[in-house]
Design a protein around this ligand. Structure first.
Ligand code: HEM
Length: 393
């Protein structure tokens, strides 16, 4: 068998390539990318098992998740791995990004590796946003109402994006199908294609090592295979043990089934969107668009084009005062806003808009949710009288 494969595949060349030494001084922080890859694969594997028993329709989704948690053998464990794995993925990808910033590894010639990485970060957040709706419980429904409403504030394309996401003017059956399709087909295809390009670029340029490595030091470290591979595998095992313990001991919440008439509900996104949610509170009225669109978009564009904006010489972060200040301010702001968002009460602007009036109630059409209101009508403006609700029932 070995001979058969040897005769047909360039195994020797592949092994020679993998055995090439890495730069000197590569430390554990250089394993974060591999850990992100491991978590992506774990999400794909656990998601594939969850999909066996899930049904993306408002009538069945909540029951299906309950069934997975309570009846399917190891269902609660697999759901736990998928749920906590998503949070771990965001943390690890963020730390990986910080490691790249710390050592200035985004600088020439690795600008494209960075750009693809930022796209991957967006995809990871996209997984979080689309996955949050799938249990179809109260928090899923209301967080998505708020999330889509925020997307709709983007000038020009906002309404179109919101309508495409909802599949109409309300969050309903079509929205759930679309989020499911995005979460299980579109985003995985995009993610794995981007990861392929990212890893190709990483191997093509080789690891960047530490900033002031001499040319000799750049090729006198340990070999990628077996040394680095072993360390990466050890890291994966540790992460898996931690996740498995959390999945066993910390149950994943499932609230009551989504009730579109429950305007009292306090909508809250997943923790990694809390900083954006908190940001909205500082910009009211005509300034709202600063929090919903301008600051997040400008922030993302600056991040995307960072290697082209920061032309300073490659050095470790603490020897680049401007980069150090900007990075620290961003990290403190994101962490601070997340903590404030987690402990804050209702989002005032949304609360004011979704409160039903005396004789009207805000409701999603009960059947498919694809009924259209007038062009450009806002989701929060869609109100039915009590008689109309009875009729719809
Ligand atoms: C699903 C998400 C991601 C995966 C699976 C992934 C995977 C990897 C792997 C395996 C490496 C090589 C090992 C290492 O240096 O840690 C790497 C390197 C790199 N990644 Fe990522 N990455 C992801 C997201 C990102 C993000 C969000 C960024 C930055 C915005 C980024 C930028 C880079 C850069 C510039 C390198 C080259 C580092 C060097 O040569 O020293 N990656 N990535």
């Amino acid at each position: 068998m070995k001979q058969f494969l040897h005769d047909r595949l360039p195994l020797d060349e592949v092994m020679t390539h993998l055995r090439k030494p890495l730069p000197k001084h590569i430390n554990l922080l250089f394993s974060l990318g591999s850990l992100a890859l491991f978590l992506l694969l774990l999400q794909a594997a656990t998601g594939a098992f969850l999909a066996l028993s899930y049904s993306p329709s408002p009538d069945h989704a909540h029951n299906a998740v309950k069934y997975i948690t309570e009846e399917v053998p190891f269902g609660s464990f697999v759901r736990g791995l998928h749920h906590w794995g998503a949070s771990a993925m965001v943390v690890i990808v963020f730390l990986h990004l910080l490691r790249v910033v710390l050592y200035g590894s985004y600088k020439a010639p690795r600008e494209l590796t960075w750009v693809v990485g930022v796209l991957l970060l967006l995809v990871v957040l996209g997984f979080g946003f689309t996955g949050y709706l799938l249990p179809w419980d109260e928090k899923a429904y209301w967080a998505t109402v708020v999330g889509v409403e925020i997307a709709s504030t983007a000038p020009g394309l906002g309404d179109v994006v919101a309508k495409v996401l909802r599949g109409g003017s309300e969050i309903g059956a079509v929205t759930l199908s679309r989020f499911y399709a995005l979460h299980t087909i579109w985003l995985p295809w995009i993610a794995f294609s981007l990861v392929g390009i990212h890893l190709f670029l990483v191997r093509f340029y080789g690891s960047s090592g530490k900033p002031k490595n001499t040319p000799d030091e750049m090729k006198s470290g340990k070999p990628f295979y077996p040394d680095q591979v072993f360390e990466d595998l050890l890291g994966m095992l540790i992460i898996f043990i931690i996740l498995a313990s959390v999945a066993i001991f910390v149950p994943v919440p499932l609230e009551d089934v989504a009730d579109p008439t429950n305007a009292e509900y306090d909508p809250r996104p997943e923790w990694y969107f809390l900083f954006l949610f908190q940001l909205l509170k500082y910009f009211q009225g005509p300034f709202e668009i600063l929090g919903t669109f301008i600051i997040p978009t400008v922030g993302m564009l600056l991040l995307l084009f960072l290697p082209f904006l920061d032309r300073s010489e490659r050095e470790v972060l603490w020897k680049r005062p401007i980069a150090l200040t900007v990075t620290s301010v961003c990290v403190v702001a994101i962490v601070g806003l997340t903590i404030l968002g987690a402990s804050a009460p209702k989002l005032e602007t949304v609360e004011a808009e979704v409160q039903p009036t005396d004789d009207t109630q805000q409701i999603t059409p009960l059947d498919t949710g694809i009924e259209e209101t007038e062009e450009g009508e806002d989701v929060f403006d869609f109100e039915l009288t009590d008689e109309e609700i009875e009729e719809a029932k």
